[in-house]
Design a protein around this ligand. Structure first.
Ligand code: TYD
Length: 218
């Protein structure tokens, strides 16, 4: 049985990530790929409870290290309970955020030491990294406006624009550190256009069929 492939999507808040993930998963299904979609933090019973703790604006006193360890706790459970079993049975996994979020938010954003965040990520992921990671890149000012249009900000979004700018810079740095895995995609443009960009960028990396792309010339 061939192992499934693992793809993660990343970006600052407000890049249209969820929409693009849904489109990518639909395209994979059209190609006959068995795929599971998960989100971080969450997608397990324990992880969803940790998610509430992390995102609740009530927890304004949360220390950065507590935040780091809670994200890793949720991740460890997700890896063990869902990601590894799915990959082992040949199912692909697409994750809305993964350990690169911790690099970008807790290291670049919150300022926790790189070595500490990397050590925590090793533990939380059990050293299991995606075959490919898509970072949706949008100017932080624009992303910030979009993120705050339709809902009250959660605890992380309350950290403000300067924080989102550091997170954005963190993602770009990550791409330089690991260019074989991390691909940065321009998130500006029509939804279909961005979907096609993503498919094209992943086609070679994941040996995707080239016919899977959205409308020609879109
Ligand atoms: P969510 O509503 O899922 O945000 P989005 O729709 O932008 O993905 O909330 C997750 C928040 O948690 C988001 O602000 C990013 C943050 N986060 C971290 O700070 N560290 C992490 O390791 C992860 C996975 C997420």
């Amino acid at each position: 049985m061939e192992r499934g492939k693992f793809v993660s999507f990343e970006g600052t808040d407000g890049t249209g990530k969820s929409t693009q993930i849904a489109a990518f998963v639909d395209l994979l299904k059209t190609e006959g790929v068995a795929v599971e979609l998960v989100r971080e933090p969450g997608s397990t019973k324990i992880g969803e409870r940790v998610r509430e703790m992390l995102l609740s604006p009530e927890h304004s006193e949360m220390a950065p290290v507590t935040e780091l360890l809670l994200y890793e706790a949720a991740r460890a459970q997700l890896v063990k309970e869902r990601i590894l079993p799915a990959l082992e049975k040949g199912t692909w996994v697409v994750s809305d955020r993964y350990a690169d979020s911790t690099w970008a938010y807790q290291h670049a954003g919150r300022g926790l030491e790189r070595v500490q965040v990397e050590a925590a990520n090793e533990l939380g992921t059990d050293n299991m990294w995606p075959d490919a990671t898509v970072v949706l890149a949008l100017d932080p000012d624009e992303a910030f406006k979009r993120a705050h249009k339709d809902h009250a900000p959660d605890r992380l979004e309350q950290a403000g624009l300067a924080f989102q700018k550091r997170v954005y810079a963190g993602y770009l740095e990550l791409q330089k550190i690991d260019p074989a895995r991390v691909v940065v995609i321009d998130a500006v443009g029509a939804k279909e256009e961005v979907t096609e960009r993503i498919w094209r960028a992943l086609a070679t990396r994941l040996a995707l069929p080239h016919k899977g792309h959205a409308k020609k010339g879109a």
